[in-house]
Ligand binder design. Structure first.
Ligand code: ADP
Ligand code: MG
Length: 702
């Protein structure tokens, strides 16, 4: 039954296409490829998402609704009945009780096979039905001998959605791969120095365990991903992602760049002309940027700082360095509105200094766009602000020396690379400055942003009054509406952020429209406006600009206002269903107020009942206005989450590891990475092939 033991060298699994396995032809191989499975080894890294216990037969009399178990019994009666639809019912009994099996799809042969007196063993989910306990479409087989053959001796793995590859098929293939693993072993790319300090099982042990856990395994621990074998796999995966990012960084740093020395001292002139002095934190961040810009290799630096800390000014000073060195800078923003806002700010600052700033977005009239394109290509524009339209085809620069990307989590590593590639001229690469308001604790930043240097602006400009945050039940809505009336009466403005609870975008915007209507009726003297994600960008921008100009006094919005908009006169923000939002997002939203000299209030409305965890999360927001502290609390309070999603970090998808759950491993990941880079750089490529694969790429290194 088992293939004759072959002597294969470890690692042969890595170069053995799945078609080498019995029963895998071209068609199945193509479907496996969709799952990222190309080599036999890849099967071992498709990891179960949960397990079922099929190791013992459960007496029918003890069945609980919801249990997924194996039972064995003798058929008492099989009949086809019509209850709304045609179906086959089969009653089995084992002496402790009886159970109905219900089939909606069945063949005549199946019916015959389940004749009275036949013994069967089946697996399925027990539920309460009209005739007592039942199972719908259980897996079953007939048993002919008195002791009914051996049971599974391991827990049964259930693999994540397998698109076109049946669960049983995949399980069998993984089984084959595991047998190969048993004979050939698997290549251990981690050197003994690392393994010894790790105090975790070997890769082979880990793989065998997670695919076939023993009967006494702790299911809860396994399903939470907290078992040492899973941590062993997570470690290798995190290490691989980290190493690949480090390689990208090394590679970028071997590219030549224009040193931006700014002989005209334009950056100094820019800072001197500002109506305010830079904060110490801004100054420090700029010094770090500046030191990088002077070098003849590209800077790749992330500037992290809470909303409102003044990242734009730092970016603009860097742009001044580029222009003062006779070259161009580009700033890419995630939305049209933000691009427009940046354009206005930069133009306002730079025009008096004789620097030309232009805007390039997708929604511009063709003529405007064409002339902006020409001016960017000729170098007539020294600074170009835009949306992702900036890196589309047909956009050219004369000599782009600095690329600034705002709100990095909206763009992936790849998009950033694309824009940088666009700036390549005469073999030189542009410097990259990335700004993000999503604070990430340090160890995580080291992993998720390993391809970047990081500067932190940890201070707000002076004269800001901290936002007061109130947590209130929805039942106090009327009172809160009155509070808005009072603020508007005093000349201020307000945001009302609508709930996220609706599943579809469509329903969400309907809810927003309804809220706007209700508020307009309740506050007849207030001018109410609406923005939501479904509006055409132009309409959205119109509403935002009207709010900025004060024509709209109360802006009802979905979370589209999350990033960047600056309206200092807005002093009240109400957030509905705050308990359903991520802490990072709440913090971002709240950052829209408290930008002027008037005291601001943020009201977090929640819907009953509020669980303990939700309460703790809302309190964390109420009690702190420091983004880094909130990020840390977020990490402690929740498991895997939005904060560290791939969206924010630009990391490729992971199979086992979870940045928040496994954050305890990170210090050792970083140490191990140093060792690998220094002594085993040639092992990074096979690790990347194993964990990241050919499908998912990071920028220029695959
Ligand atoms: P963010 O870091 O969220 O992008 P911005 O760059 O939009 O913040 O700055 C927020 C506001 O603070 C802007 O109106 C900006 O002009 C102002 N600002 C920036 N730096 C300072 C400073 N040092 N002193 C006073 N105001 C500042
Ligand atoms: Mg900003």
């Amino acid at each position: 039954m088992h293939p004759a033991p072959r002597t294969l060298t470890p690692g042969s699994l890595e170069q053995q296409p799945v078609t080498a396995l019995k029963g895998v032809g071209e068609a199945l191989a193509a479907r496996l490829a969709v799952l990222g499975v190309h080599q036999v080894q890849d099967l071992l890294f498709v990891l179960p998402s949960r397990y079922e216990d099929r190791t013992r037969v459960v007496p029918i009399g003890t069945l609980q609704a919801g249990a997924r178990v194996v039972v064995e019994g003798e058929v008492q009666l099989t009949e086809v009945v019509y209850r709304r639809r045609r179906q086959m019912l089969c009653r089995i009994a084992d002496g402790s009780g009886f159970l109905t099996l219900r089939f909606f799809y069945f063949t005549g042969a199946q019916q015959q096979g389940l004749a009275r007196g036949t013994r069967i063993r089946c697996f399925g989910e027990a539920r309460r039905g009209p005739l007592g306990m039942e199972m719908v479409h259980p897996e079953y087989r007939r048993v002919f001998d008195a002791p009914a053959g051996p049971m599974e001796d391991r827990l049964t793995p259930i693999y994540p959605t397998t698109e076109g590859v049946q669960q049983g098929r995949l399980r069998a293939l993984v089984g084959q791969a595991l047998r190969e693993l048993g004979t050939a072993g698997v290549h251990e790319w981690l050197p003994p120095e690392i393994l010894q300090t790790l105090d975790l099982p070997s890769l082979r042990e880990a793989l065998e365990y997670v695919h076939r856990p023993p009967v006494d395994a702790e299911l809860e621990e396994l399903e939470a991903g907290a078992h040492p074998t899973q941590r062993r796999l997570a470690f290798e995966e995190l290490l691989t992602h980290h190493l690949v990012l480090r390689l990208i960084r090394q590679q970028v740093q071997t590219d030549p760049a224009w040193p931006l020395t700014d002989p005209r001292r334009l950056a100094e002139a820019f800072v001197a002309a500002l109506p305010f002095a830079l904060t110490d934190a801004q100054r420090r961040a700029f010094d770090e940027v500046d030191a990088d810009l002077r070098l003849d290799r590209p800077m790749v630096r992330l500037v992290q700082g809470d909303v409102g800390c003044g990242k734009t000014v730092v970016a603009a000073a860097a742009a001044a360095r580029a222009v003062g060195s006779g070259r161009q800078a580009a700033l890419m923003a995630p939305t049209e509105l933000l691009a427009d806002q940046h354009f206005r700010n930069l133009d306002g600052w730079f025009r008096p200094l004789g620097v030309t700033v232009g805007l390039l977005t997708g929604s511009q009239p063709a003529r405007t766009r064409r002339s902006a394109l020409e001016a960017a290509a000729s170098g007539e524009l020294q600074v170009v602000v835009g949306t992702h339209a900036l890196f589309q085809e047909g956009v050219a620069f004369r000599d782009l020396a600095l690329v600034i990307v705002d709100e990095q989590h909206r763009f992936g590593v790849q998009q950033r690379m694309q824009l940088a590639d666009k700036g390549r001229s005469e073999g030189r690469h542009p410097h990259q400055l990335i700004m993000t308001a999503t604070p990430i604790p340090r160890t995580l930043a080291m992993t998720a942003y390993a391809d970047l240097d990081v500067s932190v602006i940890d201070q707000l400009p002076p004269g800001r009054t901290p936002v007061r945050t109130v947590v209130a039940p929805e039942t106090r809505r009327d009172e809160i509406v009155q509070r808005i009336a009072a603020a508007v009466g005093a000349g201020r403005q307000a945001y009302w952020v609508c709930p996220l609870i609706e599943e579809s975008e469509e329903l969400r915007y309907q809810a927003a429209e309804e809220t706007a209507q209700v508020l307009a009726e309740a506050l007849p003297e207030v001018r109410v406006g609406l923005v939501h994600g479904r509006m055409p960008p132009k309409k959205k921008d119109e509403a935002m600009l009207a709010f900025k100009a004060g024509t709209i006094q109360l802006l009802v919005a979905t979370t589209v206002i999350e990033v960047g908009v600056d309206v200092p006169n807005a002093t009240v923000m109400v957030i509905e269903n705050a308990e359903r939002m991520g802490l990072a997002q709440l913090h971002q939203l709240r950052g829209r107020i408290g930008r002027g000299s008037h005291e601001s209030t943020c009201v977090l409305l929640y819907r009953h009942p509020l669980g303990q965890l939700s309460r703790a999360r809302l309190n964390a927001i109420r009690d702190s206005t420091d983004g880094f502290e909130i990020a840390q609390r977020d990490l402690e309070l929740r498991g895997p989450g939005e904060l560290l999603g791939t969206r924010q970090t630009g990391l490729a998808k992971m199979r086992v590891a979870d940045l928040s759950r496994d954050s305890g491993l990170l210090p050792r990941v970083h140490q191990a990475a140093e060792l690998m880079l220094a002594r085993y750089p040639d092992r990074i490529a096979p690790l990347a092939a194993r964990w990241i694969g050919a499908d998912e790429r990071y920028g220029r290194v695959g």
